[in-house]
Structures are given as structure tokens and as C-alpha cells.
Ligand binder design. Structure first.
Ligand code: SAM
Length: 274
């Protein structure tokens, strides 16, 4: 496995218990059989009817969105490279009474461990693409998993947001990180995580990549997927610029000062050519 996989997996493995215990992920809320994650609730108007679809959720983390999609009637498989995340996801599915298959695997191994061209829906996003060093290879994985006519649905942090400096002097939006995909990625050292927790973590290094919107669209077109939706949003489902964003409800955050300056996130849908 390349170095970035081990570095990032150590970081993720260690954060799983804090995420599973956090009100932000709301695992206990799934005891209510009608509960859906905020992320899937946000997606619903664009997602359409998923009942009966064979779906795979790539980088499913602890399965809150995967189980939510199953509750909407999709036959879901979740894939993630973190064993603790998959363990929590399996327990959540049992607790929620959802029939979901969870598979522990690295993203680029997905076509080898899952059935190729067998899915009607590939669902992913909300902090998923930034862990992948090549959006071109990622699009190849998506294409290999989809049956002809099957659909990719992704809502993700906007590459302009990922490129924005974490500190905003004088409230100005400053581009400080790469917008385009760069070889080797960017190494970050971050003590905490994106949910509130008192846990002191030992593995704080990550290697991450941004991917420009054009790079994402081009990679999908090159791998035989046609774009059917590209919507940019003025909110994002986590506090991406702490101290500068307001919680606007339903799990969404928005820049406090002139949010119209910043594309916060986007939803993209694409269909694999027959
Ligand atoms: C922020 S979560 C995204 C999932 C979902 N949006 C959520 O918040 O629950 C990112 C997930 O990507 C997984 N991940 C990171 N790199 C991966 C890789 N190379 N292969 C498979 N999973 C990976 C991590 O284990 C983590 O569970």
C-alpha cells in the first residue's frame, strides 16, 4: 500500500470512536425507524427515488448515510478502508434494522472486491474525494462499478472551499491551498477532528488532495459518464471554516460574512453511457 494510505488510515481509525459517540453523527437517533442522516435529507430533492436500486456507498465511514439510503429502499453496500469504521457501521445497521453489506477495502480495490458493473447507483462525498490522489483513477473505479445506465451521485466540499485558507485575516477569503490536484498531495497536521471531542489523538498527520471542478468533470466524461446535474451550494455539512461559519440548521454551515462570495459545496450527478 502507498504511504498515504497507511498515514490516512491511522488517522481515520483513531477518530472513529469519537465520531460514533458524537451528537453530530447522531447514531442513537437511528433508533427512530424514520430517522435519516442530515446529509441524505439534504440530498433527497436531487437524489430522486432510490427504492429498489442496487447502490454502493464509497468511503461510507460509520454508515450513517449508507443506512439512511437503505431506509429509502436502496439495496446498499458500504465500502471503507477503516476496519473500526466498518465495525461501527455494521453495528449501526443491526441497531437500525437495515440490511446493508459493509466491506473493508481501499477505494482503488473496490472493483476487485465488489461485482463490476453491478450497481445502479454509486453514492459518495462529504469529505471523500480529498483522500484520493487521482480523480482520473477514481472516475475509473466509479465507471467500473456502475452498470451501463447507472448513476453516480456525489455531494462534496467545493474545491474552492478546500483551497481557502483556514484563517481569514480581516474576513477576506484567501486561497492558500492547491485548487488543482497536485502530485504527492498536501500534508496536514491537525490535532482534533471535525466533531467536538475531548479525545487527544496520537495520529494527526494526513495527506490530502484537492481536485478542480473541471478535473472532476473531465475525468468522468473520459470514463464514459455523462453529466446530468451540477449544482453549487452556499452551505456545507460541516463547520469548514471554524469561527467564520454559522450553523444554519439541518446540519448545514454557511459563511457568516457575505456567503455569496464562496461556493461551499456542490452536487454532481452523472450517468454511465450504455
Ligand atoms: C469524512 S468520511 C466521508 C464519509 C461520510 N461523508 C461521512 O462523513 O460519514 C471519509 C471516509 O473516507 C475513508 N477513506 C479515506 N481514504 C480512503 C481510501 N483510500 N479508501 C477507502 N476509504 C478511505 C475514511 O476511512 C473515512 O471513513
Amino acid at each position: 500500500m502507498p504511504d498515504y494510505v497507511d498515514v490516512n488510515r491511522a488517522n481515520w481509525d483513531e477518530r472513529v470512536p469519537a465520531h460514533a459517540a458524537s451528537p453530530d453523527y447522531g447514531v442513537a437517533l437511528f433508533d427512530d425507524p424514520t430517522h435519516l442522516s442530515d446529509v441524505v435529507r439534504f440530498d433527497r430533492p436531487r437524489l430522486g427515488d432510490v427504492a429498489g436500486l442496487r447502490g454502493v456507498h464509497l468511503q461510507c465511514h460509520i454508515g450513517t448515510d449508507t443506512v439512511s439510503l437503505a431506509r429509502l429502499g436502496a439495496h446498499m453496500t458500504g465500502l471503507d478502508f477503516s476496519a473500526p469504521a466498518i465495525e461501527v457501521a455494521r453495528r449501526l445497521a443491526v441497531r437500525a434494522g437495515a440490511d446493508v453489506a459493509f466491506v473493508q477495502a481501499e477505494l482503488f480495490d473496490a472493483p476487485a472486491v465488489l461485482k463490476r458493473e453491478s450497481f445502479d447507483l454509486v453514492y459518495t462525498g462529504v469529505g471523500a474525494l480529498c483522500w484520493i490522489p487521482s480523480v482520473e483513477r477514481w472516475a475509473g473505479v466509479v465507471s467500473e462499478l456502475l452498470r451501463p445506465g447507472g448513476r453516480l451521485f456525489i455531494r462534496e466540499g467545493h474545491p474552492v472551499l478546500w483551497a481557502t485558507a483556514d484563517r481569514l485575516p480581516d474576513g477576506l477569503l484567501v486561497l492558500d491551498h492547491p485548487y488543482f490536484e497536485v502530485p504527492g498531495g498536501t500534508r496536514f497536521v491537525t490535532a482534533g477532528t471535525y466533531v467536538a471531542t475531548d479525545v487527544a489523538f496520537a495520529h494527526n498527520t494526513t495527506v490530502e488532495w484537492n481536485h478542480g471542478l473541471g478535473e472532476i468533470v473531465t475525468a468522468l466524461l473520459d470514463h464514459g459518464l455523462d453529466l446530468t446535474m451540477l449544482v453549487e451550494h452556499d452551505s456545507v455539512p460541516w463547520d469548514a471554516l471554524p469561527g467564520h461559519m454559522a450553523d444554519i440548521g439541518a446540519g448545514e454551515y454557511r459563511l457568516i460574512d457575505r456567503p455569496e462570495r464562496l461556493p461551499h459545496s456542490y452536487t454532481l450527478s452523472a450517468v454511465k453511457r450504455a
